[in-house]
Design a binder for this molecule. Structure first.
Ligand code: 13P
Length: 251
């Protein structure tokens, strides 16, 4: 079902003590029935503790990545089953930093998406164009290919476990946000692409988040766009006050 969602992607920030302090504060301050579903994606090392800390609250915990194999000789990797064993049933896949620094291709991401679905996990699937692609006005083509090759192999039934996140690379960590109109234009394009590939119902049911320099002072305007269902927040999710203000931007 299409929902409002605000997810904090902590990237490689916050150790165990910092995670604990943040989540204890967040769960105390969060209203009982927030207008948005709230996710926090801490480092692997904090996942178990994070899950235990928030398990009786509306806050959900997500992983930032996972491997597509179930187990084996893949030093340093973590499987869907391992995430589930610590209570985590949502995973971010396809983040632009994974694509850029860890050579994650659309083909590899398609395998990860399939593995997550097979394990009955929810996927927050990220995509978005780089600055040179935006300047060349190729952003629609780039986004379309990322979706086609990374996630459009899923069956219609699988889409109930999918959240999409449009994150233009040029807006990540730069302070330069896409304008609400730019975000809306791409989100509407994504929804239409899903309707063309599957059907209108599937397209209308999926939550599409925007990510890239979302802050308390711009969240309301971005989230107010028709096809924007919330945000994937980097920098501002590291500050509990800012993150709460963004969660409350729906109210
Ligand atoms: P910033 O909010 O720091 O721009 O990061 C966005 C992001 O990459 C979330 O996944």
């Amino acid at each position: 079902m299409r929902k409002n969602i605000v997810a904090g992607n902590w990237k490689m920030n916050n150790d165990l003590a910092e995670t604990s302090e943040f989540l204890t504060h967040l769960k105390m301050q969060l209203v009982k029935e927030p207008e948005a579903e709230v996710y926090i994606a801490p480092a692997y090392t904090s996942l178990y503790h994070a899950f235990q800390t928030v398990k009786d609250t509306p806050i959900k915990v997500a992983a930032q990545n996972m491997h597509h194999e179930k187990k084996g000789a893949f030093t340093g990797e973590v499987s869907a089953q391992m995430l589930q064993s610590v209570g985590v049933t949502t995973v971010i896949l396809g983040h632009s930093e994974r694509r850029a620094h860890f050579q994650e291709t659309n083909e590899l991401l398609a395998q990860k998406v399939s593995a997550a679905m097979e394990a009955d996990m929810t996927v927050i699937f990220c995509f978005g164009e780089e600055l040179k692609e935006r300047k060349a006005e190729e952003h629609f083509d780039v986004v379309k290919i990322q979706l086609q090759e990374g996630i459009f192999h899923l069956k219609k039934e699988d889409w109930k476990n999918v959240i999409l996140a449009y994150e233009p690379v040029w807006a990540i960590g730069t302070g330069e946000t896409a304008s609400p109109e730019q975000a809306q234009e791409v989100h509407a394009f994504v929804r239409k692409s899903i309707a063309d590939k599957y059907d209108r119902e599937t397209a209308d049911e999926v939550s599409i988040l925007y990510g890239g320099s979302v802050k308390p002072n711009n969240a309301k305007e971005i989230f107010g766009q028709e096809d924007v269902d919330g945000g994937l927040i980097g920098g501002a999710s590291l500050n509990a006050i800012d993150f709460l203000a963004i969660v409350n931007a729906f109210e």
